[in-house]
Design a protein around this ligand. Structure first.
Ligand code: PLP
Length: 409
């Protein structure tokens, strides 16, 4: 018997601490979804599982507001869904316009380059939406571009781009479009078919309120044709949609491709069912309404949004850290003293902003009030002159007010 590599006697079941998740994701998971994931595992080729797969596809079509046949969850996080779309849609030598206004646009650029694509960058300042005129100019300068890729809701900065207009411009210039909807799906208006989006991907852990690890995608016929007519095989075997569709496609002759994460898919099904029960438009409105209440409270605390009004993601509120405040200490104190997670800044915004998410099941009145109360109290003891009670009061007032226009598609 070889010697044990380390002392394992101290190991025991992990006790997850209670948290309120108001960062950039994951968001709070409803009890219903957690319970669904605890159901007995069945075989992934079991006919009962096939029925579940069909329902997940149908519910995802609802969430994406599309009729696309090729709509399914990739077995992997949002980045895997992003990679799946890029490796399938980009061939060596393809010219691709990538709009970069934060971390995730930058990730798209790197992926396109790794696939041998030639990137034309439309670079925007962090904290701003993609400027449609700059996309138009780039496409005029590069009439041989084949694809336009951009992030709808840039989680690293809080900026929401006008996807409908960007897609319309791209189509006018004969390009396919690839849209990152990781943070927008289920939280802000997104009409895949009506806006003419060719390929879109998302993640399970944001406004769908499902644990991380699944990446829904949807491709229309134009995008599928591009994939099926490739001159070169997709470099990734696992991601090759021509192969994956034999597994996720309809019909009785489903064949083994990989072993789907069965219980994670129970969770996704349940969370999509909850979205369906609430109604997509009602969910968009809820996120918008709660954004307004949180915004009122954050402004009462003297905090300023870094994204101009009209370009903000309702479900991700990004505010500047007041001068002289240690941003990391405030976040640590929120977690330790108030069980509350909010997000830090990334890249050039590290140390300068907080990212406060109100996504999916996290987007509830009690979370808004808890966040304002906790943040107000912590800031007050960090030397900032704030009135937490007043912030809570204005948010309560906004929540009690009449229904607001906005947030609908
Ligand atoms: N795209 C955006 C806009 C995101 O916010 C994220 C994650 O935060 C991703 C892509 C990557 O998703 P994941 O972290 O699930 O891989």
């Amino acid at each position: 018997m070889p010697e044990q590599p380390s002392n394992t006697t101290r190991f025991q079941a992990f006790a997850a601490p209670a948290r309120v998740l108001m960062g950039p994701g994951p968001s709070d998971i409803p009890e219903r979804v957690l319970r669904a994931m605890a159901r007995p595992t069945i075989g992934h080729l079991d006919p009962a599982f096939t029925s579940l797969m069909e329902e997940i596809k149908a519910l995802l079509r609802y969430a994406f507001w599309t009729r696309n046949e090729l709509t399914m969850p990739v077995s992997g996080p949002g980045t895997a869904a992003m990679e799946c779309c890029v490796v399938n849609l980009v061939e060596p030598g393809d010219k691709v316009v990538v709009c970069r206004n934060g971390v995730f646009g930058g990730r798209l650029k790197e992926m396109v380059e790794r696939c041998g694509g030639e990137v034309v960058l439309v670079d925007e300042p962090w904290g701003r939406a993609v400027d449609p005129e700059r996309l138009e100019a780039a496409l005029r300068a590069h009439p041989d571009a084949r694809l336009v890729a951009f992030v709808h809701a840039e989680t690293s900065t809080g900026a929401l781009s006008d996807a409908r207009t960007l897609v319309e411009i791209a189509r006018r210039h004969g390009c396919l479009t690839l849209v990152d909807a990781v943070t927008s799906l289920g939280g802000a208006p997104l009409h895949v078919d009506d806006w003419g989006i060719d390929a879109v991907y998302s993640g399970s852990q944001k406004c769908l309120s499902c644990p991380p690890g699944l990446g829904p995608i949807s491709l229309n016929e134009r995008a599928v044709e591009k994939v099926s007519r490739r001159k070169t095989p997709v470099q990734s075997w696992f991601m090759d949609l021509n192969l994956v569709m034999a597994y996720w496609g309809s019909g009785s002759n489903r064949t083994y491709h990989h072993t789907a994460p069965v219980n994670a898919l129970y969770g996704l099904h349940e969370s999509l069912l909850m979205l369906y029960e609430e109604g997509l438009e009602a969910a968009w409105k809820r996120h918008y309404r709660h954004h307004l209440a949180l915004r009122a409270g954050l402004e009462a605390l003297g905090l300023q949004f870094i994204v101009p009004e009209g370009e903000r993601i309702p479900q991700l509120n990004v505010v500047a850290v007041p001068d002289g405040v240690d941003e990391g200490r405030v976040r640590r104190r929120l977690l330790q003293e108030h069980r509350l997670e909010i997000g830090a800044g990334l890249g050039p915004l590290a140390g300068k902003v907080w990212r406060i998410g109100l996504m999916g099941y996290s987007s509830r009145p009690e979370n808004i009030l808890h966040c304002l109360d906790a943040l107000g109290r912590v800031l007050a003891t960090e030397g900032v002159r704030v009135d937490a009670a007043e912030a809570v009061r204005v948010a309560e007032q906004a929540l009690a007010g009449p229904a607001v226009a906005g947030g609908a598609g």
